[in-house]
Design a protein around this ligand. Sequence first.
Ligand SMILES: Cc1cc2nc3c(=O)[nH]c(=O)nc-3n(C[C@H](O)[C@H](O)[C@H](O)COP(=O)(O)O)c2cc1C
Length: 219
Amino acid sequence: MPFDLETTDRLLSTTRAVRKRLDLEREVPAELIHDCIALSQQAPTGSNQQGWRWLVVTDADKKQALADWYRQAAGDYLAAGEAQARAAGHAQTGRVLESAKYLAERLQDVPVHVIPCIKGKLPSHAPASMQAGFYGSIFPAIWSFQLALRARGLGSVITSFHLAFADEAAKLLGIPEDVTQAALLPVAWTVGDEFKPAQRRPPQHITYWNRWKQPADAS
Ligand SMILES: Cc1cc2nc3c(=O)[nH]c(=O)nc-3n(C[C@H](O)[C@H](O)[C@H](O)COP(=O)(O)O)c2cc1C
């Protein structure tokens, strides 16, 4: 085996969306962020363009502005979504939304906001292949960054709400017009380092061999 599978699989299966267990008090060294970005730079990009750019925000006023926009965009969605999920009996989704609400209220207090960006802008009505190539050239790096954080005792969560105010955020942070923000990752040390794999459907229920079938036939 080229890798220790127990450790590798534990990292892959326990890198969760961390919100309630972000340590809001402990400082995150800049070096750690650079180390994780360095690892993320090994991720694939379309045509090997390597257009990733990372904006790291630690300034209190700037984090406050980002958090205010985040809440403005998230407010109604989170309130309605949680009630709907609980009413429909989707306990896992209900828990996620409750935790998302918790984060929304404290986002400004998370020590580091990391905004992964990608050079370029997607034209409206871009064909599917262009959309795949564009966002597919930043999200693998985002996930590598999150895995690297987790391996070092830090946590994060991909968030997208502030993107409703991407233009305002770009102005605040001096992000050029030809650069696209892909997400906002609140980053902190985690409180404890034990995380469990989430419950997911068996892979046979979501995997089709040679021909698409109804889930019932695929078991
Ligand atoms: C593209 C994308 C956008 C997301 N946006 C948000 C967000 O705005 N706020 C949030 O709290 N979580 C957000 N999430 C996190 C998801 O809720 C989370 O990945 C999912 O619930 C699984 O959580 P788990 O990994 O802990 O099982 C986003 C995830 C993805 C992949």
